[in-house]
Design a protein around this ligand. Structure first.
Ligand SMILES: [Zn+2]
Length: 203
């Protein structure tokens, strides 16, 4: 039986690199894959960008209201797709994760979803919560904190300082030309360093 896989990790744990490598491995064997990601992630528009510099266009974007299984079925029509690979899966809705589960179980196509487990306030993203609940296989992609421990959280840094208030999604904050946008970045942190930065606050 085909399975739904969730490969999760903190920011900078190499998820996109791992996804592109998985696509390459299939294609090296002469098999076809489809790549997709939620449309909410505007930072790379319709591309998957790995930190190592590899870039690839997705085959389709999944909008917030879209039926992911129907989108997949359109593109799978008449082709022999061996695997569906999803980047930034944390931004999927719970219903779309259920669609992925059906693609695996009922349509017989393995689905490998890559994503971040929790947001900058340590809460699960909707897509990740559902994936953690129903994926057949969970695999953690590890990265290390500045102190050398395993990073499990994603601290949000605005203007060079950690912040612990704001919306869950802050991609391209200020990109609409609003006054004095400050660059939002993230740093992967272990539990101890997160608590030190947050003053002991979790969520
Ligand atoms: Zn640390």
């Amino acid at each position: 039986m085909a399975k739904l896989y969730f490969r999760y990790g903190a920011m900078n744990s190499g998820k996109s690199t791992s996804l592109l490598q998985a696509a390459y491995n299939y294609e090296e064997r002469g098999q076809h894959v489809l790549l997709a990601k939620p449309a909410i992630d505007t930072k790379g528009a319709s591309q998957i960008d790995s930190r190592l510099g590899m870039t690839r266009e997705v085959d389709f974007l999944i909008g917030a209201e879209d039926d992911a299984r129907a989108l997949f079925a359109e593109r799978n029509e008449g082709r022999d797709i061996a695997c569906l690979l999803i980047d930034e899966a944390q931004f999927l809705t719970a219903e779309q994760v259920d669609d992925l589960f059906r693609i695996a179980v009922e349509d017989g196509i393995p689905v490998i979803a890559y994503g971040i487990r929790n947001d900058f306030l340590t809460h699960a993203f909707p897509g990740s919560a559902r994936l953690l609940a129903i994926a057949h296989s969970l695999e953690e992609l590890k990265t290390i904190c500045r102190c050398g421990r395993k990073a499990v959280f994603n601290g949000r840094v605005v203007g060079g300082r950690f912040v612990f208030d704001g919306d869950q999604v802050a991609i391209d904050e200020g990109a609409d030309g609003s006054a004095a946008p400050e660059l939002t970045t993230y740093e992967s942190l272990c539990g101890r360093c997160y608590l030190e930065e947050s003053g002991g606050r979790l969520g």
